[in-house]
Write a protein that binds this ligand. Structure first.
Ligand code: ARG
Length: 420
């Protein structure tokens, strides 16, 4: 017994208990308590399937279901009051089972029949990911809407477009905004693409070799809202490819936000100055009273690096692992939750920043200079029948002449054009 009423989930054949330092490394309750709803949802479905397949009596089943509801209420309350669970158990699966004993008595001892924490934790995580992906999706759509609304309202603002951060051609400011909306729209579709693979139910795979008792895995998967069952039990407990996919996705979406941040940081600097970030989304300096710093955007840019690092580090974790479950995999949830929360915050800050910033169209136009129409000039010659390569060369000569005379294209005398 690890505490009153409870059997530890393992340890019957151990004479000594684990050392305190190992417990510190091993225990994951502070991270995986976040999965308590999914764990209880999975346990309800598991009990139901055992019952339907005649492995649990009506009485035991009823006791388990009623107990699980009480356990859920208790955990919900304690987490909202204390922010963490104070049980001495190692993870959320142990906590739920241990607490169930209090409410369901010996019926609780039947819940883990033919189940392993390997298929259990894989199931909990997939359930959590499916619903969390929808939150991210909603936030992403909101951000796209902010971009599209601005693009519509500010359609008449013309701003410099840059390549290599050198003035390239004038563009509509809306065109710039929508370039990000399109990247983010692809992010939405990439997120949706993951759902079918994610929606496969590992429960019933046991520790590695499948379920020892006859059950209907399709019915079980269906009761949890999964579209399908995982087709191979070793794959079910050992694969974390869906997490790699998700972390890579998060990192790519973060990368898009980071590039947008960088553009806005540049455009809001005094040297460019046609964007002003609102007070709500900037901060000041403790020393220099005039400063208005785009901290929110800088934090998004910084967060994107961490997202990339975390996705990479998880792939490194998987790379050398032998097949099926190894404890290294426990870190999956830590990285998953952190990356999810980080991206969610970034999406919200980006939406707020874009929604409240000011764009000064007059200042944007002032940054345009006639040289940015050089390409248009070449195309004007093309329209008169000059081959493009030649037109490009002629305009280059014009630019060289203008520079030698110290004027821009607008002020180069007409006879110079004619001569060239
Ligand atoms: N806390 C563990 C995890 O999330 C649960 C699985 C434990 N399985 C085991 N064979 N020790 O990875």
């Amino acid at each position: 017994m690890s505490s009153k009423n409870c059997y530890q989930l393992w340890g019957g054949c151990f004479e000594e208990s684990a050392s305190a330092v190992l417990r510190r490394l091993n225990d994951s309750l502070d991270v995986d308590s976040r999965l308590f709803r999914e764990d209880i949802q999975g346990s309800r479905a598991w009990a139901q399937e055992l019952h339907r397949s005649n492995h649990l009596t009506d009485e035991t089943y009823e006791a388990i279901i009623q107990g699980l509801t009480k356990v859920e209420q208790d955990i919900e309350k304690e987490l909202s009051e204390n922010g963490r669970l104070l049980d001495g158990e190692e993870d959320i699966h142990s906590v739920v089972e241990c607490r169930l004993r209090k409410y369901s008595g010996d019926a609780a001892l039947h819940l883990h029949t033919a189940r392993s924490r390997n298929d259990q934790s894989a199931t909990d995580t997939r359930l959590w990911m499916s619903s969390s992906a929808q939150h991210l999706r909603k936030e992403l759509i909101q951000l796209i809407k902010v971009l599209v609304n601005r693009a519509e309202k500010e359609i008449d603002i013309i701003a410099p477009g840059y390549t290599h951060l050198q003035r390239a051609q004038p563009v509509r400011w809306s065109h710039f905004l929508l370039s990000y909306a399109w990247s983010l729209k692809d992010d939405v579709s990439r997120l949706d693409d993951q759902q079918n693979r994610l929606s496969t139910c590992p429960l019933g795979s046991g520790a590695i070799a499948g379920c020892a008792l006859p059950i209907d895995r399709h019915r079980l998967a269906d009761s949890l809202g999964f579209k399908n069952v995982t087709p191979n039990s070793m794959f079910a407990v050992g694969s974390r490819d869906h997490i790699v996919e998700f972390l890579n996705w998060v990192a790519l979406c973060g990368l898009h936000l980071s590039r947008l941040s960088e553009d806005l940081i540049i455009y809001s600097s005094q040297e460019f100055g046609f964007v002003q970030i609102s007070d709500k989304f900037s901060t000041g300096s403790s020393l220099m009273p005039q400063k208005r710093n785009p901290d929110g955007l800088e934090l998004i840019r910084g967060a994107a690096s961490v997202l990339l690092g975390d996705s990479f580090s998880f792939s490194c974790t998987l790379k050398g692992l032998p097949s099926t479950y190894n404890k290294d995999l426990q870190v999956d949830k830590e990285l998953l939750f952190k990356s999810h929360d980080r991206l969610l915050n970034c999406l919200k800050v980006m939406s707020g920043t874009l929604d409240t910033m000011e764009v000064n169209g007059d200042k944007a136009v002032k940054l345009l200079e006639p040289g940015m129409l050089a390409t248009d000039l070449a195309h004007a010659l093309v329209r008169k029948g000059v081959p493009f390569r030649k037109a490009h060369h002629i305009v280059g000569t014009v630019l060289r002449r203008a520079s030698a005379l110290g004027v821009d294209l607008k002020n180069l005398p007409y006879h110079e054009y004619v001569e060239i």
